[in-house]
Design a protein around this ligand. Sequence first.
Ligand code: ADE
Ligand code: ZN
Length: 320
Amino acid sequence: MTLPLAELHLHLEGSLEPEMLFALAQRNKVAIPFASVEDVRAAYRFSNLQDFLDIYYQGANVLLAEEDFHDLTAAYMDRAAADGVTHVEVFFDPQTHTDRGVSFDTVIKGVLGGLETGKARHGISSGLILCLLRHLDEDAGLKTLKQAEPWFDRLLGIGLDSSEVGHPPSKFARAFALAGEAGLKRVAHAGEEGPPEYVWEALDILKVDRIDHGNRALEDPRLVDRLREEQMTLTVCPLSNLSLCVVKSLDNHPLQRMLKLGLRATINSDDPAYFGGYVGANIAALALTGDEKKTLARNSFLGSFLPEAEKQKRLAALDA
Ligand code: ADE
Ligand code: ZN
């Protein structure tokens, strides 16, 4: 039996399956450097985060019209539903698209439409998190926030992703302060490839409500204590970690260690089209006990940004 689950770490652009990449390339007459779906899958071998990001940003070039963003998002919601997911808080990277001349409004209208389609088809509730690309400068991020301002009431939060090392959270202090003042939740990728110091910065400078990944926090016992005391949610992504060589194998993946340490870890798929599977495949890839699976499901709702009463409802449904 699959437990109801919330997915809290999913990049919509990372759910672009090779079949859809081909279909959209055709529909939009965009040239792609692949001859077949098999060709695409063969290119999905990465030795680190940057390797992957280069291909991921190239793949996003086929997304041009509102309908494309709708179809991408709706297809993810279908996959999530099949894995028992009942609530999602998804990321999108507007700068990847606005820098190619696609308007911010085109992107967000398509994505929000896709989330509504997912709600209508499967009853999945959702929230949308705008991620700033950390390899770009903060002024570019502030410009994106300005474009997003008319949509703030439709956004759940702000996030930080892309190339981690060399781009510490502190680089985005002003953008995150502004987002916080506007009432947006704050999350940031930290400790995926970057050092524990980046996790400290995300907590202390960006004032995040969740840490995305957080694997390398385990290197710092004081940081582990802090994360446990605050019951800070970590959105962990095992198949992503394996694909990007963040871990050598899944035998000794940090997720189970995090649970044993009393950390509020959750399981997620990150970029499922690129890393070999959706959240169900991530759960299946680890040798999890029944209790661990239940804790992960509980943590997913506890760590979500659902209103408190709704959270309690979902937790009660899980216990039942
Ligand atoms: N963008 C998409 N997936 C990412 C990841 N795993 N880390 C950083 N940025 C990303
Ligand atoms: Zn991610």
